[in-house]
Write a protein that binds this ligand. Structure first.
Ligand SMILES: [Zn+2]
Length: 126
């Protein structure tokens, strides 16, 4: 069979058999190129996610710092627990609201995205 193919290659360079072989070779090359490009994209995406994660952590830290500043303001006020002035009550309401709503949803969204990316990465490695 090999010799037969060789013979065809030598005598009929434009035969359908050779075109099919060439096509297969090109398809293989394209698949490898696609895979490489996909890996590069994924690598880039991981970098973006890391950067977003770092920024997010910085925002959370800043948030924590501001919150503790607000708590200090409330603690150093003339009012006391159970009888807070309007300003302190507003601050406490804001802190409470942030603890229950915004933070939980944004953190869980972020964690969900990370979990999905990790799964995808594990699939790619397998
Ligand atoms: Zn007060």
């Amino acid at each position: 069979m090999k010799n037969f193919l060789k013979l065809i290659q030598q005598t009929q360079p434009d035969s359908p058999v050779i075109n099919q072989q060439e096509l297969n070779r090109r398809l293989r090359e394209n698949s490898l190129d696609d895979l490489e490009s996909l890996c590069a994209d994924f690598e880039h995406m991981r970098g973006v996610v890391r950067s977003v994660q770092r920024n997010y952590e910085a925002v959370l830290e800043e948030n924590q710092r501001l919150k503790s500043m607000l708590k200090d303001l409330v603690n150093s006020c003339y009012c006391w627990p159970g009888n807070r002035c309007d300003r302190c009550q507003r601050i406490l309401n804001t802190i409470l609201r942030e603890n229950t709503e915004e933070r939980s949803s944004s953190v869980s969204d972020h964690q969900e995205i990370i979990a999905k990316l990790r799964k995808r990465q594990a699939r790619m490695k397998a």
